[in-house]
Design a protein. Sequence first.
Length: 539
Amino acid sequence: MNEKLYDVIVIGAGPAGLTAGIYLARARYRVLVIEKETFGGQITITSEVVNYPGLGKISGRELTEQMRRQGEGFGAEFLAAEVTGLDVSGDIRKVKTDKGEYECFGLIIATGAHPRMVGFTGEKEFRGHGVAYCATCDGEFFTGKEVFVVGGGFAAAEESVFLTKYASHVTILIRGEDFTCAKATADETKANPNISVLYNTTVESVEGDSVLRKITYVNSVTGEKTVFETPDDTFGVFVFAGYAPSTELVKDIVELNEAGYIVTDKQQKTSVDGIYAAGDVCIKNLRQVVTATGDGALAATELEKYCAVMQKKTGRKPEAPVSVKKEETAASPKTQEDGALFTSDMIAQLNTVFGRMASKLVLRLYLDDRSVSKELEAYAEELVSLTDKLSVIKEKSEGEGIPCVRVCREDGSEVGMAFHGVPGGHEFTSFVLGLYNAAGPGQPIADETKQRAEGLGKNIVMKVMVSLTCTMCPELVTAAERIASLNEGVKVDVYDLNHFPELKDKYNVMSVPCYVINDSAPMFGKKKIEELLDIMENI
């Protein structure tokens, strides 16, 4: 069997892509779901999903993680990689990624959409310094401060209510005469005593120094201009102005409409045989999880017929998937006990990683008398109890950056990775991957990328400031630590800002991830390993 031949490759692992993976794998077709960012897609940043049938209230991350596990159980395969190109000229399509090339009969494009910038003066300059696009990631930075929300759709209405958990007051600026979302959602927002709504209003500009100090907005009907200033404080501007389709990969392959969305028929088929599209990347009137899952199911069932035909035509048949069994370590794998810090799924992930680690590591803890140090100590002790690949050394310490866990080799030398705080939440997976990369063989990367990391001819010290609720931070952390695992001159220290507010003040952090390389100016946003190497090479 060609290990890289699949019946279908799904590009994008939001609800549409995950559903397609479930349907295809359950029908005994070999399917690979590729995701370059967060498995689960945009919905993972939504704290509460209340309208998905049958589930009541659930977070977006929990919902999509259940979908992923369901697909994995049927034998769907998942790959964290970026698709860099497509060759659809023959019966066997080629999907080029930064982790290698894969082949398939059919494709599902489920790449979704990304937040759209409005374009007011200062928006780009103050991104990360007061202008934000994710309430879940950045809302806590505006605790006790005024917040303005730009937009009038579902996201603006729902996220404004979420932001009242932190902000002293939320003002929504809507360019139209009313919200464009469902009346029930709009009415809940309007009824919130901590929210004001201004209609027919657009932002003209934002200004400030290292953070926002002034916003100017205009009533398009009366022409009245309003200036809000906070010379001795700052405030936040959250932009929820819709999304732009992520169709750059297929813009010259399938038909798009004038707005860049993929044109499909009623069965989700694009203008090219064997290529289907699903979810927010398509033309549709309602972009919700339930419509995305419907698209994914329909595209998958149509491709079942297509793949059966192609198997006969080419004489090639990928091996049918089997239900996934969690990998075990040489010893019997641990399972969760009552009161344990790690869930059964987390332990299964850890057992897989421990079983692949080529060498042993030491977790060196620097602790003080605070409760967060006790939490880190308990975390590390439970972690090392799961495997003989890890051991722990503890010492009392004082000064900045405590508590801290530094990853060391068995001989005691430092790998160049440290976490300040407790690596839980969304940083659990990035911490585990850091251990795997430190112990070897590590995550596969392109030879060219590996050579660039190994060839950095300079010492680099990188501080990465994160929030454990942020879905974008782990990608940057994992990229930085992968480089550190390949080059002894690179040191990466990750800080949970919840425990180190002095860093937030020092660098005026109003968005995460934030990173500082060799004490240069702070930078913001997720980065792939190649993008991070571009920056490091020019520092």
